[in-house]
Design a protein around this ligand. Structure first.
Ligand SMILES: [Zn+2]
Length: 337
């Protein structure tokens, strides 16, 4: 942690009213103008009566990144698409400010830039510099690191960061998806409404399906709003013989027996054959990302459990400085803010 201090960054955890740690973290630093700033990252809101951070950065709209809570603060910042996804998913108004996918936004005198991570529609990394020129980047979850710039402090994820676990090593089975699509006259794919369902639409168009795609209601609304060129998307009620279906995995059983059914997941515990299509980098992909952005230090903040620690240890073993959230022992209290 001392290396972070040397870089002009204090990583802090926050406590909730029950005295336990809130998910994720906040970082404190000085802006180029010398002002002390606090950015809360993928965290829930601090109660209104307490001092507030300068921003709640929301990397994307998956629930374990806490946009449902942060979206109710006018200090929240996310992309236009993440704001749309949060509003549809949670049926409440996004109260914060939005930024483009490859954009920049000024937060209390700090120029914060965004870079797509390819994880979900709207998902971005946030990047800024502090008073001593440390380049700080927070990625959230990452599928495609090709747009990410170099940085000095990388704050990132390790969903599949355990090198010793075979399930953390995979490649996307695009061929399998293509074969599944062509396997029968009527095919249905089980995919979560936000994230996977949009990926399924894109993949269907990639493998040559230009007819209608019938979708469960929330998946349909999200896909129409979040994708640039989704083609013809229809409700399950309008389903006809030429349509391919995309529904949440637990709704596959409600579709006709005659349909071929697949689940888009790395998990093997569904009744239907699974297609390995992930929204994440695998263990080697995460290391490649770190090599590419080449930070002096990496702080692994997500998800819960032991994978952040295991990934940080692995990075240490290949000579890269890294710590995880469990190593962060500063508690953000009123005196800090
Ligand atoms: Zn995610």
């Amino acid at each position: 942690m001392n290396r972070l201090i040397d870089m002009g960054v204090l990583a802090c955890r926050q406590k909730n009213s029950r005295g336990t740690f809130k998910p994720h973290l906040a970082v404190r630093f000085r802006s180029g103008e010398g002002k002390i700033c606090t950015f809360s990252i993928d965290s829930t809101r601090v109660p209104k009566k307490q001092p507030q951070p300068d921003a709640y950065l929301v990397t994307h709209a998956h629930s374990d990144h806490n946009g449902k809570s942060a979206m109710l603060s006018d200090l929240s910042v996310c992309t236009d698409r993440t704001a749309v996804a949060l509003e549809i998913r949670h049926d409440r108004e996004f109260k914060g400010r939005t930024v483009d996918m490859c954009g920049s936004i000024e937060i209390n005198g700090v120029d914060v830039r965004t870079y797509p991570t390819g994880h979900t529609a709207g998902a971005v990394a946030f990047y800024w510099e502090n008073d001593v020129g440390t380049r700080i980047m927070v990625t959230g979850d990452v599928k495609d690191p090709s747009s990410l710039p170099k940085c000095d402090l990388l704050i990132t994820e390790a969903n599949y960061g355990d090198h010793g676990d075979p399930s953390c090593h995979f490649v996307d089975d695009i061929e399998g998806f293509r074969d599944a699509f062509w396997s029968a006259p009527q095919v249905a794919f089980g995919a979560y409404a936000f994230g996977k369902a949009q990926r399924a639409v894109e993949l269907l168009r990639e493998v040559g399906h230009d007819g209608p795609i019938a979708m469960e209601e929330k998946s349909l609304i999200l896909s129409n709003r979040l994708l640039d060129e989704p083609g013809e998307l229809i409700g399950l009620g309008e389903f006809d013989e030429e349509a391919v279906c995309i529904v949440p995995p637990w709704d596959l059983g409600k579709l006709p027996h005659s349909m071929s059914k697949y689940v888009m997941t790395g998990r093997q515990d569904y009744r239907y054959p699974s297609l390995q299509i992930s929204d994440h980098l695998d263990a080697n992909g995460l290391v490649d990302m770190v090599e590419k952005v080449d930070p002096e230090m990496t702080l692994v903040y997500h998800p819960g459990g032991d994978r952040p620690g295991k990934f940080a240890s692995y990075l240490n073993s290949i000579g890269r400085g890294a710590v995880c959230l469990d190593d962060v022992d500063n508690v953000l209290s009123n005196e800090f803010l």
